[in-house]
Structure formats: structure tokens, C-alpha cells
Design a binder for this molecule. Structure first.
Ligand code: ATP
Length: 361
């Protein structure tokens, strides 16, 4: 799939912007703090109805304004899909084909994006919650049903945790049994989706990493599932402890991922370069995974990462994606970008204004 047009109204530092994109490669070049990442962020937002870098939607609305909107046209193999999201003080309004979708889960998935930004190193180095968010966002893009299951799981978890805060004497074991049954039902579904996703991700990223490391490194990803074998039994066993601590200690809300290179944990012992290449392999694997699940390649957003890759990695990366995946690159300079294809559009970004510099069809 490709995004052919993008329209922004009061999004960050763009009061009004209309852009037409190249189907293969679009480069946004400009000095710091001009609005390059804002463009990548707006495309990510159009796909997933949230930002990749903030939880606070308010930050996305141009200062002194109350609303913003992002819209675009998505071209797929057989269809053209107009998408639009408006952020108002009352919340989000998401439209597909100009019709409002009542559930965001029905909206997400019409545009698939993979974003690779410096923050993504946190998938390797950061807290387990970062990795869970990564898993949730990625599975959610390809399987909307996952978002339903996850939402139901989180709702039940919240209810159980609130109930555990009651005085011990007031806790009815039968009611807790009912909550446990629900938690297990939704939790099992969440874990099944995660297991399948991680198995496929491991397989593809191992192959890509082998390629990117020129045969030197073997990457494997381990699903560090918090539930060992039997969720229901483990929940029951932890009940006294959970009552004492007023929180649920077992379940997929405690899951994690481990990245191993040649059997050594990259998060703790990998070099910066290995951590970066691992993050890149994982991101590139997602592109293939989305293709396998949906039959369309997603849009790739490379925000500020090219300068961090050496010449060879840039070459490998571009060779893997150009022509297959519509790619957006943000960068402060074109100087270090080697091996660019002939066909692309370069946009110059300055103070929230964009000028098309070069267009080679
Ligand atoms: N809600 C907002 N309203 C208006 N302007 C905003 C808003 N949020 C951010 N900005 C402005 O957007 C600019 C930052 O844009 P962006 O993050 O896209 O920079 P960039 O060009 O990618 O820079 P860098 O190369 O440093 O990453 C800053 O000038 C900032 O003041």
C-alpha cells in the first residue's frame, strides 16, 4: 500500500498542509526543530490514531487551537481508501471512506505503518512495558481482534485489582472465581496471539539479522511469558499473595521479550551497534510479517535513523525496502545518505513550511 496524499490542519506546527507523495521514496530534509518528525508522526497517527512519541494527544494540536485533523488517501492493490482523523476536545473521530467508525479497532489496519526512530532502541534496552506496548501496537495493526481481547483482559484485570483492595473479610471467593475465569479466558487469547506473532517475528528477524550482520550473528527472540503453564492454576496459587498486595501478580500484563545474539542477551551485554542492528532487524521483520498477514506491504517511516547507520547498513537497508515499501526518511542533511535511488521526491522543511525540492518520477 502507499499513501498518495496527506492533509494536515492544525497538526503541531502545520496550520495547513497538503502533500502529494512519491510511491517509492520521500525524503524530508531540514535543520533541527523545523517539523520533519511532525510529518512522520502525522502519518503514524493517521494509521494508528495515536502518536509514537507522546501519550498526550493535546500536544498534537497546534498551540492556541482546539482541534486538529489529519487525512490522507491510501492506495492499495485494488482500492483507494480515504482516511481521516479529527481530534476534538471531546475525543477522536475516525473516518474511513468518509464514514465514521464507532470503534477505533475497526479503523486501525486500513493503513499499516512501520516506524523506525531513535526511540526504538528502547524496545531492546528499555523496560518490559515498552516491549509490551511494541507487541500490542504491532499485533493490533494486523489483527483487530487482538485489541478487543486485550481491552477485555485489561478491563477485567482492573476490576480484579480494585476488588483485591477490599477488606479481606469482604472478599467473596466465589466472585473472585468469576473474575479469575474471565481473566483466564481473555488472557489465554492474548497469549496465543502473542505466541504466534513472536514465533513469526523470530523466524523472519533471524534471517534478516543474519543478512545484516553478514552471517556473523544469530538473533533469537524469546517470549518471556509470565504464565508458566496453567494460567488458572497459577492465579489460584497466587491468590493469597495477590490479596495481601492488592494486585494481580500473574498474567500476560507481566510478559516480556528477550533478544539474544549468539545466545547472549543483547539488552544487557550487546554493543550499541548490535542493539541498533537488532532493533532494525525486528522492524524490517515486521514489514514482512504485515505482508504475510495482509498481502500488502506497509509504509515505512525512518525518522532520523539514517545518520546512525554506517554506510554498509544504509546500503543493506535501502536495498531491502526500496521498490517494495513506500519509504519516508527524515534527515538533517542529504550528505551522508548514500546509494539513493533515482526515483524519489525530496521535500525541504523550514519553519513548518514544506517545499518540494526535487521530484524524479
Ligand atoms: N503543538 C504544537 N504546536 C505548534 N508547534 C509545535 C507543537 N509541537 C511541536 N511544535 C514545534 O514543532 C517543531 C519540532 O518539530 P519536529 O519534532 O518535527 O522537528 P524536526 O524537524 O524533526 O527536528 P529534529 O531534527 O531536531 O528531530 C518545534 O519547532 C516545536 O516548537
Amino acid at each position: 500500500m502507499i499513501i498518495s496524499e496527506l492533509h494536515l490542519n492544525n497538526f503541531r506546527n502545520y496550520s495547513h498542509l497538503d502533500l502529494k507523495f512519491h510511491p517509492h521514496l520521500n525524503i524530508f530534509v531540514g535543520q533541527n526543530a523545523q517539523g520533519k518528525t511532525n510529518i512522520a508522526e502525522s502519518i503514524y497517527f493517521l494509521a494508528l490514531t495515536r502518536s509514537h512519541r507522546t501519550h498526550a494527544d493535546r500536544e498534537l494540536i497546534a498551540w492556541q487551537q482546539k482541534e486538529m485533523s489529519v487525512s490522507g488517501t491510501i492506495l492499495k492493490k485494488n482500492t483507494t481508501v480515504p482516511l481521516e482523523i479529527t481530534l476534538t476536545p471531546k475525543g477522536r473521530i475516525a473516518k474511513v471512506n468518509h464514514l465514521k467508525e464507532n470503534r477505533l479497532a475497526d479503523y486501525i489496519g486500513h493503513l499499516n505503518v512501520i516506524m523506525f526512530a531513535p526511540e526504538d532502541l528502547a524496545i531492546i534496552k528499555g523496560a518490559p512495558s515498552v516491549r509490551r506496548r511494541f507487541i500490542d501496537m504491532e499485533i493490533g495493526q494486523i489483527r483487530p481482534v487482538y485489541l478487543y481481547d486485550l481491552m477485555r483482559y485489561n478491563k477485567t484485570l482492573k476490576e480484579r485489582n480494585s476488588y483485591l483492595k477490599f477488606d479481606a473479610a469482604k472478599i467473596d471467593p466465589d466472585f473472585l472465581d468469576v473474575l479469575d475465569d474471565q481473566l483466564v479466558e481473555y488472557g489465554e487469547k492474548v497469549m496465543t496471539h502473542r505466541r504466534q506473532f513472536i514465533t513469526s517475528l523470530t523466524e523472519i528477524s533471524a534471517e534478516l539479522h543474519h543478512h545484516l550482520s553478514h552471517g556473523q550473528e544469530k538473533l533469537s527472540i524469546v517470549y518471556a511469558q509470565n504464565v508458566k503453564t496453567d494460567f488458572a492454576a497459577e492465579l489460584k496459587q497466587a491468590r493469597d499473595k495477590d490479596k495481601f498486595r492488592s494486585q494481580t501478580s500473574v498474567g500476560p500484563h507481566r510478559d516480556d521479550l528477550q533478544f539474544l545474539i549468539n545466545a547472549i542477551n543483547v539488552s544487557n551485554f550487546g554493543s550499541q551497534g548490535q542493539q541498533r542492528t537488532t532493533a532494525l532487524s525486528v522492524k524490517l521483520a515486521e514489514i514482512e510479517l504485515i505482508y504475510q498477514e495482509t498481502g500488502e506491504y506497509p509504509v515505512l517511516l525512518l525518522d532520523d535513523v539514517m545518520s546512525e547507520l554506517d554506510n554498509q547498513r544504509q546500503l543493506d537497508l535501502l536495498a531491502l525496502v526500496i521498490g517494495k515499501t513506500q519509504t519516508f526518511i527524515t534527515t538533517t542533511t542529504l550528505d551522508h545518505l548514500q546509494h539513493l535511488p533515482d526515483k524519489m521526491t525530496v521535500f525541504e522543511v523550514a519553519h513548518g513550511e514544506i517545499t518540494e525540492q526535487d521530484n524524479h518520477d
